[in-house]
Design a protein around this ligand. Structure first.
Ligand SMILES: Nc1ncnc2c1ncn2[C@@H]1O[C@H](COP(=O)(O)OP(=O)(O)OP(=O)(O)O)[C@@H](O)[C@H]1O
Length: 357
């Protein structure tokens, strides 16, 4: 458990966080720009000397201002990954990695070099100079270097923000595997709903320095009001169980609370539970369950709410059992179909509009 009871004065407000984070999850910290996400990470890392209160990681007290305890960052055993990879430009990739191994705390067992290199797919880069790497490659080296330093907690501040889409796609599975394969707890700051959906199990939401919500990422992300940021595309997360594979058509068949869904073959074992990202603009609302359509996924749902998104669009939240699905529709469609809260309708979405994570 990471127990936080801290205060840090900021220009417009005090960061005031009192919560406990279980360490068997990847945590996403979300919130509008300037709400204190980076300040919170920096305080946990021991980079904010003016912070007050108490921070306890497992049975180690990292900060207790009443008792005059303030462990410096290097004694907290934290790995910190920044938006931009911070590497030594005069050293090769291997040189950068070796530097970390040398510095790894002797009391903690470092991760195996070969394992880290393989997980991050950087074996072919070892003899290259840093200057000749792409942004995504640099970030993977930075992550490998941090892991080799044997952190007991990994903090990531917008680790994908400076990367293009191809680099993000290459690095996302590596980030996801850090917690799963190396068992290191991860706290990640991100303003991107999609990144949080892909990476985080639990989310802490901040507003002007205070925690306003703490929940499973699926629950929080499916609540548009909680994480509303008009600039970010809305998405829902659905959970389903793998039933089998339709080899003839390269599809995986899923069961979402009694309803069948089909997605592009995801190489998963029957019985496995999967999460899917469903972008709100990929879903259509249909009044009758007509099967005369190319759309493979048709879920019976109930309209839970209809909210104006802007002058021309409405956000419709649909319920399927315990799960929620958000749909962006035009105001014209809401009027034409006479959509109302409580109505039973069908949500249609294509197999290729879904992504299993
Ligand atoms: N050293 C500082 N002293 C006082 N206030 C600061 C300091 N650094 C940042 N702030 C202010 O504290 C607030 C929180 O900043 P912080 O960088 O933690 O927010 P954030 O949520 O990470 O923002 P963003 O998403 O834009 O990176 C901002 O209003 C910022 O201007």
């Amino acid at each position: 458990m990471l127990k936080l009871d801290l205060q840090l004065p900021r220009e417009q407000f005090d960061l005031t966080v009192k919560t406990a984070l279980e360490l068997d999850a990847v945590w996403g910290i979300m919130g509008a720009s300037g709400c204190g996400k980076t300040s919170l990470l920096r305080t946990i890392a021991g980079l904010e000397k003016h912070a007050k209160g108490r921070i306890q990681f497992k049975d180690e007290v990292w900060m207790d201002s009443e008792q005059g305890v303030f462990l410096p960052p290097e004694q907290r055993g934290i790995g910190y990954i920044f938006q931009e990879a911070r590497l030594f430009p005069h050293l090769s990739v291997l040189g950068n990695l070796r530097f970390s191994i040398k510095r790894a705390c002797s009391e903690r067992q470092g991760l195996q070099f070969d394992e880290v290199v393989e997980q991050l797919g950087i074996g072919h880069l070892l003899n290259r100079g840093i200057e000749k790497l792409s942004g995504g490659e640099k970030q993977r080296i930075a992550i490998a270097r941090t892991l080799l330093n044997a952190p007991q907690l990994l903090l990531m501040d917008e680790p994908l923000a400076s990367l293009d889409w191809d680099s993000k796609a290459a690095i996302l599975p590596c980030l996801r595997s850090i917690h799963r394969d190396f068992g290191i707890p991860v706290i990640m700051v991100s303003h991107s709903r999609e990144e949080v959906a892909r990476l985080a199990d639990q989310v802490l939401l901040l507003h002007r320095g205070a925690v306003t919500a703490k929940d499973q990422s699926q629950v929080l992300l499916n609540n548009a009001m909680a994480v509303d940021d008009q600039h970010e595309p809305l998405l829902s997360m659905l959970e389903a169980e793998v039933v089998g594979h339709d080899k003839n058509y390269g599809l995986t068949v899923l069961n979402a609370q009694g309803n069948e869904l089909q997605v592009h073959e995801a190489g998963l074992e029957p019985g496995a539970t999967v999460r899917m990202i469903v972008p709100a603009h990929e879903v259509s609302i249909v009044l009758d369950d007509f099967s005369d359509t190319s759309v493979l996924n048709r879920l019976p749902v109930i309209i839970e709410s209809i909210q104006a998104r802007d002058d021309w669009h409405q956000l419709v939240t649909l319920c399927t059992g315990e799960q929620k699905l958000m749909v962006m529709v035009t105001r014209k469609s809401v009027d034409r179909l006479q959509l109302k809260v409580g109505m039973k309708v069908f949500a249609h979405f294509k197999a290729c509009g879904l992504e299993v994570i």
